[in-house]
Design a protein around this ligand. Structure first.
Ligand SMILES: [Zn+2]
Length: 558
């Protein structure tokens, strides 16, 4: 309650307390405020307790007791949803999820009043851009000649061609580390880090080391050296052939938190596509690529879908993870689906930066489901509550308007004025003439469970990690969130998926566990010196801006 008292230097609070009491007794409500003191004192004791001893160590057990448990595994008893249950962890694995578990002498984590669920999984995040956070809050993808703030300071010209080329290995390391720790703090226990910053093998090793040092589950995405192809710079660039060394040196074991994905960007030219996809497949790696119409990718992707990509015989397969998939043809979509490719959607970024409409309705019509990805913090937060809410709200905006428009003929044709009802809207019989019954061909509005599935198990499947994470299924590794459902912005708890998706944010992420190891405890990251790391990140930021020749301006429209 008082920092000085807590530190063993008792302070006299009687004056202020007496004044408060005097005011409080004036009203019954005020008096009842004070009655909560003993409970608050007990909570304080509980808050001071540390995490279970030796958490995450082989054979060491602890039990998360009494929370509302949402396993995200519908094949489990009760569809994997328990109003009150216990989760037993041994070493790095989940041993059991049941009501009233007996756990012998296992240490206990009190999860009463909390929600216990799997960690979030981000299937596409450029962590190397952490030092550029909010720089491009107004910008779209490419300079559009409009002269507007959004169209002038833009992603392609500034982030990829101006800032990225000046990064040193030490910049890569601190950017990756800080961005990763920040996401652990927000409950994102797995990431696919799309690092396009491989100007040399030293840059690659710095990115990989940072992912390991962060101590969360990650796919290291070995992408290109940003700007090198276009600017003809970065002579140390060894992409894509250095993938062979990287895989051998860092990823010969599958029993570690970090694994490798091959970046196979298709807008770098057919010879590069040919080389990166071939190397990736020789190394038995997944191949990921940004697929979006603004960079001219639609015809390139059609060729890949036809099996004639690259130099003529590169085709889509189940080993592909495609990012965005905005603006692609019907033919390519059908092929991507039939051939088993996965799709990651970055809802907020795609809406904000003019990638095109996030293809959620398209995916629903093809019986496909996306995973979610945060993309870039130079423009928007890497927080997953934002991801889930943006996804759900965008899909609902589309289908709700389609339903309202449905009596007017083609519900897919928006009114060019504001996408609302046309002037001559057709009405329907019944008490609400402007409230038609949803036609059968319009997808159902997404639910909170849907977007939670996208944010957890779909991400695990799309990174080939569903044997290890994505649900709280016994036998999987323990990537667990304990969320505070008693917080002032959430209580009272009435619906678990709804509370998480509709109400929560980072401050509700109380405890975060990765492979059995507690990384955030009672609201605070463990084993990290944030001020020290922040200073390193600020130094890196200062270097990057200076070297790139971009002035720092806290109130610019950049
Ligand atoms: Zn991206």
């Amino acid at each position: 309650m008082c920092k000085l008292c807590d530190e063993g230097k008792p302070q006299d609070h009687s004056g202020s307390r007496r004044d408060f009491l005097k005011a409080a007794t004036a009203t019954a409500v005020g008096a009842s405020l004070f009655a909560s003191r003993p409970a608050a004192a007990r909570d304080d004791d509980d808050d001071r307790r540390g995490p279970p001893e030796d958490h995450g160590r082989r054979g060491r057990r602890y039990i998360i007791r009494g929370g509302a448990v949402m396993t995200m595994d519908p094949s489990m008893p009760n569809k994997g949803e328990y109003p009150k249950a216990d989760v037993l962890v041994e070493g790095k694995k989940i041993l059991a999820v049941e009501q009233n578990l007996h756990a012998g002498g296992a240490d206990e984590i009190d999860a009463r009043g909390k929600i216990v669920m799997p960690g979030f999984i981000d299937t596409h995040h450029h962590q190397f851009e952490t030092a550029l956070r909010s720089f491009l809050a107004d910008g779209v993808l490419i300079n559009d000649g409009s002269g507007t703030p959004s169209g002038s300071t833009t992603y392609f010209e500034y982030i990829l061609l101006t800032f990225a080329p000046v990064y040193r290995p030490e910049d890569v390391y601190i950017n990756e580390l800080f961005g990763g720790l920040s996401q652990i703090d927000a409950g994102v226990t797995t990431v696919h880090d799309v690092s396009q910053i491989h100007h040399s093998p030293q840059h690659s090793d710095a990115a990989i080391k940072a992912l390991f040092d962060t101590g969360r589950r990650a796919a290291f995405g070995y992408f290109e050296s940003a700007g090198a192809n276009i600017l003809g710079t970065n002579p140390g660039n060894q992409y894509p052939q250095d993938a062979v060394r990287i895989k051998k040196q860092w990823f010969s074991s599958s029993d570690q938190l970090v694994h490798m994905i091959m970046g196979g960007e298709v807008y770098l030219g057919d010879p590069t596509t040919d080389k990166s996809w071939t190397i990736g497949r020789q190394l038995d790696l997944q191949i990921a690529a940004h697929i979006l119409s603004p960079f001219g990718i639609r015809p390139i992707f059609d060729k890949l879908a036809a099996g004639t990509g690259g130099n003529g015989n590169i085709g889509i397969g189940p080993d592909n993870l495609f990012i965005h998939m905005t603006g692609m043809s019907n033919f390519a979509w059908q092929k991507a689906r039939d051939l088993g490719a996965q799709v990651s959607i970055s809802f907020p970024i795609e809406m904000n930066m003019r990638h095109g409409m996030p293809p959620i309705l398209r995916m629903q019509s093809l019986q496909m489901e996306p995973s979610l990805s945060t993309d870039v913090e130079c423009t928007l937060t890497a927080d997953f509550f934002t991801q889930m809410r943006s996804c759900m709200n965008l899909q609902r905006m589309l289908v709700n308007q389609m339903i309202l428009d449905s009596p007017n003929g083609n519900q897919n044709l928006p009114n060019p004025l504001d996408w609302g009802l046309p002037e001559s809207a057709v009405t329907v019989p019944g008490p609400f003439p402007y409230w038609p019954k949803p036609p059968a061909d319009i997808p159902a509005p997404l639910t909170t469970r849907d977007v939670l599935r996208y944010a957890t198990i779909n991400g695990a499947k799309h990174l080939r990690l569903d044997g290890k994470t994505g649900t709280l299924t016994p036998g999987k590794e323990a990537d667990i969130l304990i969320l505070d459902a008693e917080a002032i912005n959430v209580a009272p708890l009435n619906q678990v998926p709804g509370a998480v998706v509709s109400l929560m944010e980072r401050t509700n992420v109380e405890t975060v566990i990765v492979a059995g190891k507690v990384r955030k405890w009672k609201g605070r990251l463990l084993d990290v010196n944030i001020p020290h790391l922040r200073r390193q990140l600020e130094n890196s930021r200062d270097y990057i801006f200076a070297k790139a020749g971009v002035p720092q301006n806290l109130f610019s429209s950049q």
